[in-house]
Design a protein around this ligand. Structure first.
Ligand code: AMP
Ligand code: MN
Ligand code: MN
Ligand code: MN
Length: 287
């Protein structure tokens, strides 16, 4: 099942990375669609962490309201690579594919068990009842560290959500629990089985040296990866040039997205997103 209208003109504004309340986003799928329409986005991918739960209601809403927007079925799969947490976005996937559903179930189990362990470690840091508080925030959505960070922030225990990562739940900190994510190859293969395009998410954000980043891109490409995100908000011109050069050098298609979680001063849907002329846009794979 593809939601893409193949006559769609991708010269319109596109945003291929966004979150809803089905993971750690703050807008419901329908609210996200309304915001995207207001921002005159022609094609939006919803890419929640390890879940496709938002896609059905978003698609139905677009149809019922006869909205002028193309939804791209997406997911952002968490993986472990060389002890780094690497995100692989799947675009234009079939959410009903059995292999994808099995991977989603496995990843959600890994999320749940990490959440309980994290809660126990946070209790040792003096923060009680964190699992139920984080679950209350997550509701039916998949539980993430962002929910734990938000609880600590809203209780006044940290001065910003980022501090919760820096002090407690970030890699190597006191309440960090190593997650049992799948590997990069499994994410790529499963996305392909579901008919989708595998995209290396936000490569500039992994806090790794250029040497490691090249290794990651090579492994991703060897696993069959199709594309990488090269345009996100809050990138400086130097980072942008570097990502374009890797994209060309490793012959990957190029994707773009805001990684929208909630409205803020710093980033919003579709803001400042355009691909440079010399790369191959990821939508060429769908036409
Ligand atoms: P999880 O996938 O459960 O590990 O949750 C990670 C989510 O927390 C990311 O997708 C971000 O939305 C959010 N986040 C915010 N700051 C950080 C940070 N410093 N490190 C990792 N994740 C962060
Ligand atoms: Mn997130
Ligand atoms: Mn991510
Ligand atoms: Mn994301």
């Amino acid at each position: 099942m593809s939601t893409i209208d193949f006559d769609f003109n991708f010269d319109a504004r596109c945003d291929f990375h966004s979150h809803t309340t089905c993971s750690d986003g703050r807008l419901k799928p329908t609210e996200l669609i309304d915001r995207a329409v207001n921002f005159q986005i022609g094609a939006l991918a919803i890419t929640d962490h390890d879940t496709t739960a938002a896609l059905d209601s978003a698609f139905r809403y677009i149809q019922e309201q006869k909205l002028n927007i193309t939804l791209i079925n997406g997911i952002e799969i968490s993986t472990l690579w060389q002890n780094f947490e690497i995100h692989v976005v799947g675009l234009n996937i079939d959410p009903k594919n059995e292999s994808l559903k099995a991977l989603v179930d496995k990843q959600q189990d890994a999320r749940d068990s990490r959440a309980s362990q994290m809660s126990e470690k946070l209790a040792k840091c003096g923060f009680t009842d964190m699992l139920s508080k984080a679950q209350a925030l997550a509701g039916d959505g998949s539980i993430t560290r962002a929910h734990f960070a938000r609880v600590l922030y809203e209780q006044g225990d940290v001065s910003a959500m980022q501090s919760a990562f820096d002090k407690y739940i970030g890699k190597g900190k006191r309440a960090f629990v190593k997650p049992l994510w799948c590997d990069v190859a499994e994410a790529v293969t499963t996305i392909h089985k579901a008919g989708g395009t595998a995209v290396l998410a936000h490569p500039m954000r992994y806090d790794m040296t250029a040497k490691w980043l090249r290794r990651l891109i090579i492994d991703f490409k060897d696993a069959g990866g199709d594309a990488m995100e090269i345009v996100l908000p809050q990138m400086n011109p130097q980072q942008r040039r570097l990502m374009v050069s890797y994209c060309l050098e490793y012959d990957l298609y190029a994707s773009l997205g805001s990684d929208f979680h909630y409205p803020s001063k710093w980033s919003d849907l579709g803001r400042n997103l355009t691909l440079p002329e010399d790369v191959k846009p990821v939508w060429q794979l769908w036409q």
